[in-house]
Structure formats: structure tokens, C-alpha cells
Design a protein around this ligand. Structure first.
Ligand code: NDP
Ligand SMILES: N[C@@H](CC=O)C(=O)O
Length: 815
């Protein structure tokens, strides 16, 4: 004997009924079959709607019923039944709707819809669908009978959610079997009757339960639940795109997952088949060849420790707290008794070992009633100040990991907390029983999508991690970065398992957004047509999207952009910046950002602030982290100035060489920062801070070689004044050359002091041979005493800088 249950979508139309029928006929090749059917998809909701509309006293329910009747008549027509069967079907439908109209008229007259009447109304959905299906089967398999579930499933008289009398039900089913030994039964799901024969229902989704009760009573070889997905999934596919079906799972795990929102199975379904050890399949009517999920006693153990991730929304936490609870027995009993008296279901319980508080999760609609009930129960203690009035916390949800293997596996909860923490998901409460089949976390409802995706990636997709970039400043460096990202997307996916998506690009005039990731080959045109956004709006866009593994990339030189880092880090959004403003602004901000980065587990990386893509800050960090102490640094840190002094020989104006440096992309957007020495000063300041020094910009001695007039006015005036002072620059050059030396703009740090300035260096000096736009840093430390540790190479240029930003992005993504 096999029991096959077809859900609402599987019988929603004549075409779908045909598919379900084909599945049942195939099963008949292996032996007798019991088919349990739900109502035609959407019917139960429509019947409830009709009843509730009638209860308001309006006549609108008539329209709802007429539509529903037409739908059933159309399905009967389309089933292409033999004429006699079609006549029977039409009569059944019309009679049923006469009765439904009569019931709703009564509800409208009384303006009252009791659970008992609602059960009666709803029962017509399954009664009609099962009779239509039976007529269709009958035409293909004459040995088919319709079995009325009201005569098979016995419940108490709790209308709306009847409690099944299992012993009576088993007897009724076996007696029926003895009298009707046919090959194929068709049974309406969801409906039952109490001892007086009054119709009851088994709760929404109860058709699964009907099928399980029949399977258990008949000692079936298997139960198959046919639905519109290919099995139980590792997570809700509406929230997690990469969710996949679970091939085999234990009853216990399936029970945990179905309780926690895996809607493919009505939770009570498992108990009856588990008791009898009947294998339960979840299969897809629309893809019958897919494997589906097999729920069984002990599935073969795979490497998967976690089987699925599930969630329940709409949760409220109630926290009973107070010093008067500690060490006194009976508090929890009274708390749960108060909730039970109001028939409030407790979804989750936690209590810390200090016994100072007990925290329970309830469905949000029950929270107000729960609060009154508990506050009343403890009114005496609250008045005496021994207990606080109950504190409800709303807009929460549970996200749970499910898997029997978790119990033998250390580190699962560590991984869970780490993954959530890194993405700024705050855990409000935790529950895990000693059986360790389920680890439940309570989080903000707004974080559910992000949390489930983060966990799915951590536990099911070790190979791919999605990273979401928000890029500010698609200028010289920014546009090169976007080119490099576009070129390397496949490489990142294949070699590093990173699926890098650029979600937004913003300039000062436009902001382009696509939650699915922008097309990186066509962004310039799209950006030019996109609307503007302020920095505050851009910040909100990043925070509001609440995407996992979010990284803000600042490729501007804008001081205001540096002002948003703190807000982002505090939301666990990583920050990668080649903008030097934040790291070189007042020490308090630099320190705050560093602390926020630690506190919220979000990277704050700015390697390109010094020497473009050269590993200067990284090297310094490695030295200090491993206990070395930096005593002295000597460096050339301006690509622009090194280029200018390497290329200026008096044969063409100094200002022209500076213009060339700007055209080649070495200067700051405002080249006066380079020529004045300020840019080098910020770099040595950043290095000194990274070496552990508490320093401000004002502590750096800047010896400028520019005549003061060059720094008056705007950038064009700057170029004009440099041209006017050509003799000054030639003089500097000639004096150095005459002494056999070269000009280098040098930064120095030693014993808490730092200075920058132009210097003529002699052959043999470490800085003498520094070519082109190169930078160099010489670190003298406790370990590098005789010879400095040297980092040297190209120190400016859009392409190399972009590659340094890219490397920081990858570092942040792999954290
Ligand atoms: N060039 C190099 O070798 C190196 C550069 N850097 C750093 O890289 C950064 C960028 O330099 P570069 O690409 O040459 O500069 P660009 O001037 O070419 O680009 C700056 C970008 O920032 C945008 N921007 C400015 N203000 C805002 C704002 N308020 N909101 C949104 N976008 C804004 C600009 O947009 P719009 O055009 O609309 O104003 C532009 O797209 C600088 O901080 C520089 O110090 C670091 C290391 C080396
Ligand atoms: N303008 C800078 C670029 C890198 O920071 C330089 O010239 O070094």
C-alpha cells in the first residue's frame, strides 16, 4: 500500500490534475494506492474570505462564491470526463455551492462566523476537489473509490484545529479497508469529523497530516507528498537563490525544519509515519523525475553537518527579569502556566545560569495577551520591586541551524556566531537543547534575509562567497578599478570563490544602483543618466540594503566621504579607501575608525594611502604585530615629486613637467597637495601612526620648496606662478647637479618626530637611484638594524593604485 498526497497546486487545474493522475497510475503498477488531495489551489483562502465577508453583513460573498463555482465547473469541463461523469460532477458542484450560499446567508444574517461554521465552509474545498479527481481517475482506472475522510479521521470538537483521536481513526480506517478492498482510493485531505459526525479540520496544511494518518493506519510501504518544489530545501528558496533540495534527511531533522518554516511539510505529518518507520518522500508533481527528499529513520551520513537553515518571522521576545527570581523555585512554572492558561504557544525559551531572567519567544499576535497574563501572575512581585514588568521586544525572527550531526561537531556555533557577527547581525537570544539538533538564534526581522544567506554560504557553499561593493568616486583610479573588477570577475569566482558584485557606483553628480550587481561593461553611460544622491543618502542606501559582505570603496579625495566611514563600520560594512583624508585627519578619528573596525568585525583598509599598491602599510603592520619596533623610517613617498625631479633638467619649464605628472595620473586631483609637500606629510603621518605613534598633522615639519606665491589662488594660478618662478626651480636643479647630487623629496621619521622636505642626495645614498615615479621606504627596526628593510616600486598612477584598492577589497572579502 502506498499513500500519495497531492497539494493545492498539484490539483489547481485540469492540466495539473492530469499530471497528478499520471503519477498515481504509475504508482499503481507497484500495488494499491491511496490518493489524498488538497482543495484546488487558492480555494480554502477564497472560502475563508467568503465567510469573513459574509460575517461583515455585506453581500460581496456572493461574487466570491460565484467565481469559485465557475472555477470548479471549468475544471470539470476541462477534465474531459465521460458525459455521465461530467453530469455527476456538475451536479455535485452546483449542489455544493447551493449549500455554501445557504451557509454564508446564515453567517451574513447573524454577522457571526464561528470556527464550527468556518470548518464546514472550508470542508467544501477538499470535498469537491477529491470528488472531481475521483471521477477523473475512475474513467482511467475503474477500480477507484471515493473515501469520505469524515468517516475515517476522528477528532475532538475543537473546531479550526481538531485534535486527532489516533486509536479511533486507526480502527475506522482499518474497518473501511476491510469493507472496500479496492486498488485506488481518493480521499479529501484536511477534513475530519468529531464523534457526533460534525465536520472538523486539521489546521492549515492538514492534508499532509491526513495522508500520514492513513499511511500509519494502513501500515503503508511509503508516503509521498507531491508538491510544487523538488523536496525540502537547505533554506527558503525565496530568500536564498542557491538553496538546494536535501536528498535524505532523518525524521527528527525534517520535524525541526518543518517547525521552523520549511513550508513543504505540515509539522504534525511526521509523527505518525515516524512511529511506524514509514519512509516519507517529498516530490515535485511538475518534475517527477527529480530525486526529491526522502525522510527516513537513519539516512546515510554525509559530510553535511548542517542539513538546513530555517526561520520563523513575526516573533516577540518576552523577558521576565529580576533579582527576586534567583534561587527561588517555581518562577518558571508560574510563567509557563500563565501563558498556557491563555493558550499561548511558546516558540523558544532561554534562561541564563544566573537565573536572573527567563526569556521566551511567542508569536507576535500573542504578545499583548501574554504580557497582560504574565504581569498579572507576578503582580505581587512586581509591586514589591522583586521582578520587572515584562518587557516585550518586537520585530524579531528566529533563524535556526538544523542537523543531527551537529552534536558531535565542535565549532558549529562558533562558525554560526562568527558569520553573523562579521555581517553586523546582532543575536538577541540563543537556544540550543542538549540534543543539539537545532541551534536557534533570535535576530532582528530586518536581518533575516542577510543572516540566512550568510549562513547558507558558510555551511553549504564553502566554495562561493558573495561580496557586495559600493563604489564612491569613478574618477581616474575608480574607473581603472571598475575595469579591473570587470576583467577579473571570473578569476575571482574560480580561484578565490568570491562572487564580487558592484551594487552601486556614485560620483558627485550621479548614483547608479542595481541590487543584482551592475553590468561593468556599460556603467559609464548608465551612470551619466542616473540621478544624483547626497553622501547621506548613499550611506543610507548601503545600510538600508543590508546586504551580506558589504564593502564601501572610497576612491574620492573628498573630506566629506571620510565622514561616513564611522557609520558604515558601526553597521559592519567594511571600508576600503585610497582617500587619505580619514587616516591623516585628527588622531581621534583615526583611532575611532580603527576601534570600530575591531568592535564590529569590519575591515578598514587603506594600503594605497602610502605608496599606491606597494605593500608598505602591510609590511609595517606585519613588523609591529610580530613584536618588532620601528625606530626610523626614511622614504620617498611622492610619485609626483619623484617623477618631476627625475624629469626636470631645465630644458623645459618646471610647470610643464608638473602638468605631465598630472596628465599621467600621478598627482592628487589637486596637484598643489603634492607640490606643497602636504601629501607626503600625510603619508609619513599615517606610517608613524601605524607604527604606534600618537601624532597629529601639526606635528609634522613641512619644508616646502615652492615659492609662497605658487600656493596663492587656484590651480591655474598655481601653474602660472610656477612658470613665473622658473628661475627658482632651475636654481635648485643646478645647485644639486653641480654638487653631483640628485633632488629627492624625502620624508623622515625617528623617535616620535617626523619631517618632510627637499634634499640633494649624493651617489651611493639609498635614495639616489630611485627612478621614474617610484617610491621607497627604508624601515630601521629592532630587527633590521644594520640594513634597513626596503619596500620599493611604482608609487603612483591610476592603474597601480586601482590594483592596490582591488587587493584591499579581496582582503576585506576574505576576512
Ligand atoms: N593617482 C594616484 O596615483 C593615487 C591616488 N590615490 C588617491 O585616489 C583618490 C582618487 O584619485 P583620482 O582618481 O585621481 O581622483 P579623480 O578626481 O580622478 O576622481 C575622484 C572621483 O571622486 C568623485 N567625487 C568627488 N567628490 C565626491 C562626492 N562628494 N561624492 C561622490 N563622488 C565624489 C569624483 O566625481 P565627480 O567627477 O563627479 O566630481 C570623481 O569621480 C585620491 O584620494 C588620491 O589621493 C591614492 C594613491 C595613489
Ligand atoms: N599624488 C600621489 C599619489 C599617491 O598617493 C603621489 O604622487 O604620490
Amino acid at each position: 500500500m502506498q499513500v500519495l498526497k497531492f497539494g493545492g497546486t498539484s490539483v489547481a487545474s485540469a492540466e495539473n490534475i492530469g499530471k497528478s493522475c499520471a503519477i498515481a497510475l504509475k504508482a499503481l503498477e507497484q500495488g494499491p494506492v491511496v490518493v489524498v488531495v488538497s482543495a484546488l489551489g487558492g480555494t480554502t483562502d477564497a472560502l475563508i474570505n467568503a465567510g469573513r465577508t459574509a460575517a461583515k453583513g455585506t453581500g460581496a460573498y456572493q461574487g466570491i462564491l460565484q467565481q469559485l463555482e465557475q472555477r470548479h465547473l471549468k475544471a470539470a469541463q476541462e477534465l474531459q470526463l465521460p458525459p455521465a461523469s461530467l453530469g455527476t460532477a456538475t451536479a455535485l458542484i452546483m449542489d455544493a455551492f447551493v449549500e455554501l450560499h445557504r451557509l454564508c446567508d446564515g453567517v451574513a444574517a447573524l454577522r457571526e462566523l464561528s470556527n464550527r461554521t468556518l470548518d464546514r465552509l472550508m470542508s467544501y474545498g477538499e470535498l469537491l476537489s477529491s470528488q472531481l479527481v475521483e471521477l477523473h481517475f475512475h474513467s482511467l482506472w475503474p477500480d477507484t473509490i471515493w473515501a469520505d475522510a469524515r468517516q475515517l479521521i476522528r477528532t475532538n470538537s475543537r473546531f479550526g484545529n481538531g485534535e486527532v483521536d489516533v486509536v479511533a481513526t486507526q480502527k475506522l480506517v482499518r474497518d473501511f479497508q476491510a469493507q472496500h478492498p479496492g486498488d485506488l482510493w481518493v480521499v479529501p485531505g484536511f477534513i475530519a469529523a468529531d464523534a457526533h459526525g460534525t465536520v472538523t479540520t486539521l489546521g492549515r496544511g492538514g492534508s499532509d497530516y491526513t495522508a500520514a494518518l492513513l499511511a500509519a493506519a494502513l501500515g503503508a510501504d511509503k508516503l509521498e507528498i507531491w508538491t510544487d518544489v523538488s523536496g525540502m530545501m537547505t533554506a527558503d528558496p525565496r530568500l536564498v537563490r542557491s538553496a538546494r533540495p536535501i536528498a535524505r534527511i532523518s525524521y527528527q531533522e525534517a520535524m525541526e525544519l518543518s517547525h521552523f518554516g520549511a513550508k513543504v511539510l505540515y509539522p504534525p505529518t511526521i509523527q505518525p509515519v515516524m512511529q511506524r518507520g514509514i519512509p516519507l518522500w517529498i516530490k515535485n508533481t511538475f518534475a517527477p523525475d527529480d530525486h526529491g527528499t526522502l525522510v527516513e529513520v537513519s539516512p546515510p551520513r554525509t559530510a553535511a553537518v548542517v542539513q538546513g537553515i530555517s526561520s520563523i518571522g513575526n516573533l516577540t521576545l518576552l523577558n521576565l527579569e529580576g533579582s527576586g527570581m534567583v534561587g527561588i523555585p517555581g518562577f518558571s512554572k508560574r510563567l509557563f502556566a500563565a501563558l498556557a492558561r491563555e493558550r499561548i504557544n511558546v516558540v523558544l525559551i532561554t534562561q541564563s545560569s544566573s537565573e536572573h531572567s527567563i526569556c521566551v519567544g511567542v508569536n507576535a499576535p500573542d504578545a499583548a495577551l501574554a504580557q497582560v497574563a504574565v504581569d498579572e501572575e507576578f503582580a505581587h512581585e512586581i509591586a514589591a520591586g522583586r521582578i520587572e514588568p515584562l518587557r516585550p521586544e518586537q520585530d524579531l525572527a528566529i533563524v535556526a541551524l538544523v542537523g543531527e550531526n551537529m552534536k558531535d561537531h565542535p565549532g558549529i556555533s562558533g562558525k554560526l556566531f562568527g558569520a553573523l557577527g562579521q555581517n553586523g547581525v546582532n543575536i538577541r537570544a540563543i537556544a540550543q537543547g542538549a540534543s543539539e539538533k537545532n541551534i536557534s538564534t533570535v535576530i532582528r526581522a530586518a536581518d533575516v534575509r542577510k543572516a540566512i544567506n550568510v549562513l547558507h554560504e558558510a555551511f553549504f557553499e564553502a566554495t562561493v562567497k558573495q561580496v557586495n561593493l559600493f563604489i564612491l568616486g569613478p574618477g581616474n583610479v575608480g574607473s581603472k578599478l571598475l575595469e579591473q573588477l570587470a576583467r577579473q570577475q571570473q578569476h575571482l569566482l574560480e580561484k578565490l570563490g568570491l562572487q564580487v558584485r558592484v551594487v552601486a557606483i556614485a560620483s558627485s553628480q550621479h548614483c547608479l544602483v542595481n541590487d543584482e550587481g551592475l553590468d561593468l561593461t556599460a556603467w559609464p553611460e548608465a551612470l551619466a543618466a542616473a540621478p544624483a544622491q547626497t553622501l547621506a543618502e548613499f550611506t543610507q542606501l548601503i545600510i538600508g540594503r543590508n546586504l551580506r559582505n558589504s564593502i564601501f570603496v572610497d576612491v574620492t579625495a573628498n573630506p566629506a566621504a571620510a565622514g561616513i566611514y564611522a557609520d558604515l563600520l558601526a553597521k559592519s560594512v567594511a571600508v576600503v579607501a585610497c582617500n587619505k583624508v580619514a587616516a591623516s585627519s585628527e588622531y581621534a578619528l583615526y583611532a575611532r575608525l580603527k576601534n570600530l573596525s575591531k568592535e564590529f568585525n569590519a575591515s578598514y583598509l587603506f594600503e594605497t594611502n602610502v605608496g599606491a599598491a606597494l605593500p608598505i602599510i602591510g609590511t609595517l603592520n606585519d613588523l609591529t604585530r610580530s613584536g618588532d619596533v620601528v625606530r626610523r623610517m626614511e622614504a620617498v613617498l611622492s610619485g609626483t615629486l619623484n617623477f618631476v625631479f627625475n624629469n626636470y633638467d631645465g630644458t623645459r619649464p618646471f610647470a610643464d613637467v608638473v602638468r605631465q605628472a598630472q596628465a599621467e595620473g600621478y598627482t592628487e586631483p589637486d596637484p598643489r597637495l603634492d607640490l606643497s609637500g602636504s601629501d607626503v606629510a600625510r603619508k609619513i603621518l599615517i606610517l608613524a601612526r601605524e607604527a604606534g605613534e600618537v601624532m597629529e598633522m601639526a606635528d609634522i615639519e613641512i619644508e616646502t620648496f615652492l615659492p609662497p606665491a605658487c600656493l596663492e589662488g587656484d590651480v591655474e594660478a598655481f601653474y602660472t606662478q610656477m612658470a613665473a618662478h622658473e628661475a627658482h626651480f632651475r636654481g635648485l636643479y643646478e645647485a644639486a647637479t653641480a654638487a653631483g647630487k640628485r633632488l629627492k623629496f624625502v620624508a623622515r621619521y625617528a623617535e616620535g618626530c617626523a619631517a618632510v622636505g627637499l634634499q640633494a642626495v649624493a651617489p651611493g645614498h639609498d635614495l639616489y637611484d630611485l627612478r621614474g615615479k617610484d617610491n621607497v621606504v627604508l624601515f630601521n627596526t629592532d630587527r633590521y638594524v644594520d640594513q634597513p628593510l626596503v619596500v620599493k616600486g611604482a608609487g603612483a598612477g591610476a592603474e597601480v593604485t586601482a590594483s592596490g584598492v582591488f587587493a584591499d577589497i579581496v582582503r576585506a572579502a576574505r576576512l
